[in-house]
Design a protein around this ligand. Sequence first.
Ligand SMILES: [Zn+2]
Length: 222
Amino acid sequence: MDPRFITLTFHGIGDIDRPLDDGEGDVWIDRQLFGAVLDHVSGRADVRLTFDDGNASDVRHALPELERRKLRGTFFVVAERLGRPGFLSAGDVRALADAGMAIGCHGMRHVPWRHLPDEGLHEELVEAKAQLEGVLDRPVTEASCPFGAYDRRVLRALRRGGYDRVYTSDGGTAHPDAWLQARTSIHSADRADAVLTTATASEAQPVARLQRHAKLAVKRWR
Ligand SMILES: [Zn+2]
C-alpha cells in the first residue's frame, strides 16, 4: 500500500498578544497542548508539522520546542504582516530558515483566494512569494491556502506561479509526494493523544472515505 502522511496545522501558541480575527481563538492553543502534541507525534516519520499565519509565537514558542525534540516544521508566512505587532519580522523568518525550518507562502494579506480578481490573485500568489524570496534570498516553492479555500482557478494559478507543493485544510492523509497536501488544524479543545485519530477519521470508514473523495473532487474542479 502507498505510504500516506498526516500533516498537522498549528496557528498561534501561548499568550494572545494581538486582536484575533473571527474564529482564530478556536485554533490558538496553549503551550501545554502544543508540547503534548509534539510529544505525541515525535518519532512518527509519517507526520508533518506546519504553522500558518506567521504569528510571533512561531519563533517564541514553536521553534524552541521543535528544536528541543529535533523536529522540523514548515512555516507559512503572510507577506504583508511581516514586522507588524504580534507577527514575525523579516529577521524572524530568516532565523526560522537558518534553524533548518522550511518557509512557505500564505499569501499577501490573509484573504481567501477564491473569487479574487486576477490582479488580487497575482498579488497573493506571485508578489507575496517574491517578497518572501527577497527576505530569504532563496526560492519559496510551497504555499498554504488561507482558510483552506481553493478552486480550480486558484490551483491553476498556484501551478503557474511556480509552487511545487500546496497545502489545504481538507483533513485526512496524502501521499507524501502529492502536489496537493491535505492538512488537519489543531484546535484549542483538542486532546493531544487524539489528534492523529481525528485527522484520519474521514478516511477510517469506507462510506466516509467515499464522501471525502467526492467532496475533494468537487473542490478541485469547481
Ligand atoms: Zn491562515
